[in-house]
Write a protein that binds this ligand. Structure first.
Ligand SMILES: Cc1ncc(COP(=O)(O)O)c(C=O)c1O
Length: 422
């Protein structure tokens, strides 16, 4: 169907009448009416749907859930090889992070959690409370959570890119030394916060501080884990081993499934304190086992690294091209297929330009590519890991065209007015 097809227009009108605003984050009138998935995952789901052994892991067990937990323990490195670990299976990144945070508080008896400004860990409960993005937008702050800036070389909070890591670690140490913080929760690459790749030494610094002050390190791999950054786990880029790792999104291959992998001391107690009827259901677990087979094979992860490098270099070529929108690119950054393009007022003036960014996203959608604005003026590019080299070229060409068009006034304020975004 084309984007202006009557059926799509009607679908969008019906959606506006019935779907709750609290679960919408819209930047253009996107409607998906069909798709093409991975055949191995589709087969696994179809087979499990015909014979779904059991229904969940709440009141019993079944082979797919146990196999999945065993595979996750093999995939995620252990901080302490002698300590017992457990796997929490959930529905979404939100509940995996919620359970991880509550578990760390319970295990340590400490109330506080260190999180990062502009971070995103989920849309409900404790996971929302540690999400700087939500708190900045007015969500109820969790009184136990304290926030520090995430080290950003392009927009250093200290005014000097060379000092951002030291400054954050110094402030983290001062707070952790009080001995009241149960956990530090951090994204290994801050996604909704603007696709910020932390400088070397940041995660290792947090690791050392957690060890010194008895806090758990939770690394949230929900968005960038399982191959997207060109490594199985994004934390591998900084050579650290977290205490708790949370996974979601890609893990279910499109079905609701998440996991928190961590010490038994964090995930075992109190018994029955995190219950949902269909967690660990056999169909989602079958999909995840097929996903993990792809992750183990490694081809998808290598492809994410290669295609990501191509997309990045094509965008950098555009930025250097002298075309009408090129000087509006302030920065192109990321790891693998988690890329960000920061749009600014001009080469000499790096003032963020959120209006231009909203217009570029809208124009890109009109031309056939999906890119979402994050932190106002950053285009987030997270294409499917199976994207081909030809599709990368087409995506880069569309984005370049969209930036040229939006920069030269082809998208009006009225066109984007219905989309409230964040
Ligand atoms: C880093 C990160 N953590 C957690 C979540 C929450 O995951 P979910 O939307 O599946 O609850 C997200 C969602 O975008 C995310 O990007």
């Amino acid at each position: 169907m084309s984007r202006t097809d009557d059926a799509v227009v009607q679908l969008i009108a019906r959606d506006a009448r019935v779907i709750a605003g609290v679960e919408q984050l819209r930047f253009f009138p996107l409607a998906a009416v069909s798709g093409r998935g991975n055949p191995a995952i589709a087969d696994a789901i179809a087979r499990a749907a015909v014979d779904p052994a059991g229904s969940s892991i709440l009141s019993g067990t079944h082979p797919a859930a146990v196999a999945l937990a065993e595979e996750l323990l093999a995939l995620v490195p252990a901080r302490d090889p002698d300590a017992q670990r457990r796997v929490y299976l959930g529905h979404a990144g939100t509940d995996a992070n919620d359970v991880a945070i509550r578990g760390c508080r319970h295990a340590t008896g400490r109330p506080r959690v260190l999180a990062f400004e502009q971070g995103y860990h989920g849309g409900l409960g404790s996971a929302q409370g540690v999400s700087g993005v939500h708190v900045a937008a007015g969500a109820q702050a969790d009184p136990g959570v304290w926030f520090l800036p995430y080290p950003d070389r392009y927009r250093p909070h200290t005014g000097d890119a060379a000092t951002v890591v030291d400054d954050v670690l110094r402030r983290a140490e001062a707070g952790l030394a009080e001995g009241t913080t149960a956990a530090v929760i951090v994204e290994p690459l801050q996604s909704d916060g603007g696709l910020i790749v932390p400088p070397a030494g940041f995660l290792a610094g947090l690791r050392a501080l957690c060890d010194a002050h008895g806090a758990y390190l939770i690394v949230d791999e929900v968005k960038v884990g399982l191959g997207r950054t060109g490594r199985t786990h994004a934390f591998e880029h900084q050579a650290v081993v977290p205490d708790v790792v949370t996974l979601g999104k890609a893990l279910g291959g499109g079905l609701p499934l998440s996991a928190a992998i961590g010490p038994a001391a964090v995930l075992d107690e109190p018994t029955a304190s995190a219950l949902m009827t269909t967690v660990g259901n056999p169909i989602s677990c079958a999909a995840a086992l097929a996903v993990l087979a792809l992750v183990r094979d490694g081809a998808t992860t290598r492809s994410a690294e290669e295609r990501g490098a191509e997309l990045r270099s094509q965008l950098e070529q555009y930025a250097a091209s002298g075309r009408p929108g090129a000087e509006r690119i302030g920065d192109v950054r990321g790891l693998g297929l988690s890329l960000g393009v920061e749009l600014v007022s001009g080469r000499e003036d790096s003032t963020p330009d959120p209006l231009l960014t909203a217009k570029v996203a809208y124009r890109a959608w009109e031309l056939g590519a999906v890119a979402y604005p994050v932190r106002g003026n950053v285009l987030e590019l997270t294409p499917p890991l199976g994207i081909t080299a030809r599709e990368v070229e087409r995506a880069a060409a569309i984005l370049a065209q969209a930036i040229d068009d939006a920069a030269t006034g082809s998208v009006s304020d009225e066109q984007i007015a219905p989309y409230r975004g964040w």
